[in-house]
Design a protein around this ligand. Sequence first.
Ligand code: ATP
Ligand code: MG
Length: 508
Amino acid sequence: MNPKEKADFKALSNDNYYYKTALDAGNIVAITDEKGTIQYVNDNFCKISKYTKEELIGQNHRIINSGYHPHTFFINLWQTIGRGIIWKGEIKNRAKDGTIYWVDTTIVPFLNEKKKPYKYLAIRSDITERKLGIEALKKSEERYRDIFSNALVPILTMDATTSKVTEVNNPGVALFGYESKDDLIKNFDLKTHYVHPIEFKKNILIIFENGELRKTQHMKKKDGSLFWCSTFIKLNAEKTTIQIILLDVTSQIAFQEELETQVTQRTLELSDSLTREKELNDMKSEFVGFASHEFRTPLATILSSASILKKHTEDSNQENISKHLNRITSSVNHLTAILNDFLTLEKLRKGFVDFEINEFNFSDFMKETINEFEELAKINKQIISYSHSGELNVSQSVKILKNILLNLLSNASKYSENGKKIIISTSINETTITINIQDHGIGIPLKDQKKLFTEFYRASNARNIQGTGLGLVIVKNYVTLIEGSISFTSEVNKGTEFTLSIPRYHSE
Ligand code: ATP
Ligand code: MG
């Protein structure tokens, strides 16, 4: 004990000395007189208030008043202790340097014989940390409340065990189509609002494991209408509350779906046009190959005839001259025919064929076409018969019909021996023109029939008869263009019959 302590010890009784020491060690202690003037402060008091003992003694407690508590707070305090009753409470004070500190305070009035207080003992403990923590918590809670109620996105909180809604903001109420917050809290349940309530329960399990979950789900409004919702679900640290932030993404999803369909459609279109492009390219290269082969014979004929002609012009053998001139003409005609077929097909493919529709007498047209054909094909000398039944007037493209018929007749003639019969019969009812062209020629082997309408395809029994294998492709394209149909039956060495069905009136 130092001398001061020794003096204190003497002044107080033995026990009292230890009480005081214990009190001073653990607390902030001050003693005032009955008016509140500070008479004693311990070291803890000085430490926390940052005033020296000299600065404090003789002063009033107002020196450390922070201004936080209302005036009535201190009136109440003084009234209590003035009546000799112990006062307890938490006080926010201001230290000399302006910093704030909180103290849990007990003020014990010392009473004289008349039960009047003659001094007050104030025992305080520092609770600044706890108080500031609570204040910060309160502030953050307020901030959270603000965010929650002012947020433009719908937010719900649910009890993690019962899945009952405990809080909802206005956008949340609107999203689910409720009248008010209370209406929603009272009536919201998983069965009504989740298309797959079981999935929601599964989600809860995931959330309990991971703490949060992002998911787009199909949900229902109060009236049962469906919508897509992107949700962010989070479990609080205590695992008692789930917070769900929702975003109606129905229109985005619809837009996305629309976009996907468009992409698929465009891709299909693109692949279609690529295929067409490729077909065209294939056909062009096929033509180059074909032309180099097929043109060789007529060109060689032209060349040899021309050189023979040169000789015969010198000896002026008229018979030979005209024979070779005929060969040249026929070769050139053949080349022209091939080129024409090609150009026609290319135009048909690109849809560049324009045609006129005329009203005409069908039987007259047929007779004219057959005459024209006989002129062309008189070398073969087949016997052509023609008959018609039914209506006569039609409205169709003369140009296209003639082209189709000349092609089919040319085949019938080309693939039949001289003197064989070619039978043409036509009939017209209210809506349809039917044309039959029957020959008694070499026929088409069964195995070749399927591929007959393919470019350059020629049946195995026709290879030594001149042809390019384009005629029927052109026919097919023309028939399609005027919305008709074509079919055939054939037997080797018995003959072939082509049947056409064509609208009587072309639809504009
Ligand atoms: P072109 O392009 O000069 O008409 P092509 O006659 O060979 O040549 P298509 O008219 O398309 O070509 O006919 C294709 C193939 O079908 C012929 O090569 C032939 O094998 C067969 N064909 C067509 N019509 C008949 C027919 N009436 N009788 C027998 N075979 C036929
Ligand atoms: Mg042909």
